[in-house]
Design a protein around this ligand. Structure first.
Ligand code: TIU
Length: 240
């Protein structure tokens, strides 16, 4: 017996976002200590990291609801190999930070895989069965194998959350958009060190008829999960 896919119809901008829950993944970008806690990469760049912590409760509720719905979860961490072979000098030297990538800081070596700073914060810790990726770039698709892992699961839609909105989240969303995924950015589950950059990113993503994707508050997704029904997506959307 085949079961009907669960259709989610989410109130979004610039118009409703419709997807099948079974073929949709939630991608949580870089919710790691290096960006959210003092002493990590974010702070060495001169940022006030306390701005990012305010999205954690909304991310927790989102993650809990998506897990409850049985959806696929992908966690990314911006983290380099200990020998920094995957960190171009241009990236390491950029901005003349107080501590560079690979230097020892209060949470271990800055932006290095396996160090305390690269760990996802406890509130959003991955559980068995979820995909956890270390990414050397800002985008989640560059040098990570993510595309193949999504394709083997038949994923067609992506929900994005995490930090920072205009850097790793937007880069990942643009990479996904170019690979043919329909992408929804959850507005209250993403944050920037610069509120005006977050606002601008939300606007540019959904401008021009959703040129990069859609945006919606996480409550719209939670409401859709409560009302999920059998799929009635247009054939073209389901086949891709
Ligand atoms: N600096 C900044 O805003 N972000 C990053 O360097 N990485 C991510 O966004 N994860």
């Amino acid at each position: 017996m085949t079961t009907s896919p669960r259709l989610l119809r989410i109130d979004a901008e610039p118009f409703a976002f419709a997807c099948e829950a079974e073929r949709t993944a939630l991608v949580l970008i870089d919710m790691q200590r290096d960006f959210i806690e003092p002493g990590g990469f974010g702070e060495t760049l001169g940022n006030d990291v306390s701005l990012l912590a305010k999205i954690v409760p909304a991310c927790q509720a989102l993650l809990a609801a998506w897990r409850e719905a049985g959806g696929l979860v992908v966690h990314t961490r911006e983290a380099h190999r200990p020998d920094l072979a995957d960190c171009p000098p241009a990236k390491r030297n950029r901005g003349n930070p107080r501590l560079r990538i690979g230097d020892a800081g209060p949470m271990g070596r800055i932006l290095v895989a396996g160090e305390p700073g690269s760990q996802i914060i406890d509130a959003l810790a991955p559980v068995d069965g979820e995909i956890v990726l270390d990414k050397p770039g800002k985008g989640a698709f560059y040098a990570t194998g993510l595309q193949a892992r999504l394709q083997e699961r038949g994923i067609r839609w992506l929900l994005f959350a995490g930090v920072t909105t205009e850097v790793c989240v937007q880069t990942s969303m643009r990479e996904a958009n170019d690979r043919g995924y329909d992408c929804l950015l959850l507005e209250d589950c993403t944050e920037s060190y610069f509120p005006q950059f977050k606002a601008a990113t939300l606007e540019m993503v959904r401008a021009q008829g959703g040129i990069v994707g859609w945006t919606a508050p996480s409550t719209a997704l939670l409401a859709a999960l409560g009302a999920a029904g059998p799929a009635t997506l247009p054939a073209a959307a389901r086949a891709a």
